[in-house]
Design a binder for this molecule. Structure first.
Ligand code: AMP
Length: 586
């Protein structure tokens, strides 16, 4: 079985590739591992364990599974200029910076051409799958809020450029040297994608998308928080956007010259008729369904709506009047994993079918730590929870991810995984420990209470307040709220509703939280701090200024950094506390 597939098949609309890949999982995985081991048997890392052998069984018994911290010394050596062969036979061409907002600290991971080739493959295949499910998507353009960054020499390495996966891909021959297909046809010119100022870039994306509103068939971003940021930008600037369309002139504060010039060409002079129409739509009291009204031919919104990003589903359903929300891919800076082969399913039913030609995948059952428990991709069991271990073409061997996945089905023989959660607890004060899923579920329950009062939760994060000034320590949620009815611009907050939300969050948290909460002095009453509009934009700017990727930005579910917390604290409008202890038993 060849590991290389003819992309022409995909581009010609032939889905046979998906069938071949998913029907021969075991064989393809064996071939991938054989190829990786043969290529890399003389790397310093593998030689330590395999002494020049490329035997699969020896690999499984002798190469340990590792965490980022274990590999970091090798990556640091590469960063200081030692040859790629320390880890990888294929030349390392740069470092990918993980977004650093989902799992805490920012990692640097090796990048080579094979990573980008895999990315091309995944983009091509997932686009073909979408085109089979969404009629007419080929006839139009995408308004994709991509915020790309030029490579920079990282402070962590003077030898390699440091970059982000999406930026690196868009700069590579895999995008640059390709003819235009429907899925790389966008309303925004390249100059807007590459504009170094996020605010200017988002504004110009919107301007280009409004001017070409009838062409827009797809809307999206790599991760869904940026789509929400785009809507809040629209809400702030729609009058000015209309003024620009009316006059045919881009606002003076768009100072990035190439961005300005390219957007001016798209504006093509004054268009008062269009400005009137957009103004009329945006003047509606309620913005429910605004996306469909402004972009009447849009067929779906693309991003990631699983894991912690599930929190944006209600907001985007509100603004789009339930346009389908498509989560096409599960991927990371370490490797690509899988594609959603049923793109129009509900966000809560999304699974990712692992692509066996991308890397060698093994799985460690959750709560097991022994080598003997690890299973291959072809051997995972329906319903079970696993942590993936990846062996890649770019120098990671049995590298343990921080994600937990559940097997939810099979496409032919390829397992389909539901993204369950990230591994680490997001909040903890005593012995209780709250996971990402528990926190999200609790906030989702509280949102039902909010809805009754015309308010929407636009974004949130949390921290465990263990500072001495607040005894006892307690959970704090930072909430940015928006009125559904724009007449209520003051976002009037009803104290009783917010106090009730605090209580609903608490009663939805796990039993050990509720137990600790009722013990004298253990955990104090949960607090919601309502923050000003725009706070989460400021938080994103803060993380981006610290090196996080804006294209891959995900709002962290909990924050420990005192500087990031200071950004939030400076914008707190009101505080609410739960007024009664949650019941221990439900
Ligand atoms: P990064 O390396 O910064 O690109 O972030 C990768 C991480 O984002 C993954 O390890 C996941 O925790 C999260 N992630 C990526 N894709 C998805 C997805 N489809 N659903 C849920 N979480 C995802």
């Amino acid at each position: 079985m060849s590991l290389r597939f003819d992309l022409k098949d995909i581009l010609n609309g032939n889905l046979k590739v998906l069938d071949d890949l998913t029907s021969n999982v075991k064989q393809i995985q064996d071939d991938v591992l054989k190829e990786i081991l043969t290529l890399n048997e003389d790397t310093e890392y593998l030689h330590r364990f395999l002494h020049g052998s490329s035997d699969k069984e020896l690999f499984k018994t002798s190469v340990p599974f590792v965490t980022y911290e274990d590999v970091q010394p090798y990556l640091d050596r590469l960063a200081k200029g030692e040859p790629s062969k320390v880890l990888s036979a294929l030349p390392i061409t740069g470092f990918l910076l993980s977004s650093g907002t989902s799992g805490g600290k920012q990692k640097i991971l090796p990048l080579n051409d094979k990573y980008l080739e895999n990315m091309r493959f995944i983009y091509d295949l997932r686009s073909l799958i979408i085109s089979k499910h969404v009629d007419g998507v080929e006839h139009g353009k995408g308004m994709m809020f991509l915020l790309l960054r030029e490579e920079s020499t990282s402070t962590k390495s003077s030898c390699f450029p440091a970059t982000f996966a999406t930026s690196s891909f868009f700069e590579s021959k895999y995008v640059r040297d390709r003819p235009t297909y429907w899925y790389n046809s966008y309303t925004s010119p390249d100059e807007v994608f590459w504009c170094p100022d996020n605010k200017q870039s988002l504004y110009c994306h919107l301007l280009c998308g409004l001017v070409q509103r009838d062409d827009v068939v797809r809307i999206g971003a790599v991760f869904s928080p940026i789509v929400v940021r785009a809507i809040t930008t629209l809400e702030t600037y729609w009058r000015e956007l209309c003024a620009n369309i009316r006059s045919g002139q881009v606002s003076d504060w768009i100072t990035d010259l190439s961005c300005r010039a390219s957007v001016s060409t798209i504006l093509k002079g004054p268009n008062p008729g269009l400005a009137d129409l957009i103004q009329q739509i945006c003047s509606h009291k309620s913005w429910q369904g605004i996306i469909r009204q402004l972009w009447p031919n849009a067929k779906y919104i693309e991003g990631v709506f699983t894991g912690q990003m599930a929190q944006y589903v209600p907001t985007l359903e509100f603004y789009s009047d339930k346009l389908p929300l498509i989560s096409p891919t599960y991927a990371s800076s370490e490797t690509f994993f899988g594609i959603n082969v049923n793109p129009l399913c509900k966000p809560q039913d999304v699974t990712y079918t692992f692509m066996p030609n991308i890397a060698f995948f093994e799985f460690l059952p959750v709560d097991k730590e022994s080598n003997n428990d690890i299973v291959d991709l072809a051997d995972v069991k329906l319903g079970c929870y696993y942590v993936p271990l990846v062996t890649t073409y770019s120098g990671l061997y049995r590298y343990k991810m921080d994600d937990i996945l559940q097997v939810a089905g099979f496409h032919n023989k390829a397992p389909q995984f539901r993204f369950a959660r990230r591994k680490n607890e997001v909040l903890s004060i005593q012995s209780e420990g709250t996971t990402e899923v528990e926190l999200l579920k609790a906030v989702t329950n509280a949102k039902l209470v909010l809805e009754s009062s015309d308010l929407m939760l636009m974004d949130f994060t949390s921290c465990a307040d263990i500072s001495t000034t607040s005894t006892p320590s307690h959970y704090v949620l930072y909430w940015e709220l928006k009125a559904k009815n724009l007449d209520n611009t003051s976002t009037k907050v009803d104290d009783k509703v917010l106090v009730e939300c605090c209580h609903v969050v608490e009663e939805s948290l796990n039993a050990s939280y509720r137990k600790e909460r009722t013990k004298e002095g253990a955990i104090g009453a949960l607090e919601i701090r309502v923050v000003q509009n725009g706070t989460f934009d400021a938080l994103m700017e803060f993380f981006v200024s610290r090196g996080a990727s804006v294209a891959q930005y995900k709002t962290p579910l909990s924050i420990k950094s005192t500087e990031a917390l200071a950004v939030l604290e400076s914008k707190v409008l009101a505080r609410f506390f739960s007024e009664k202890s949650p019941p221990i038993d439900h």
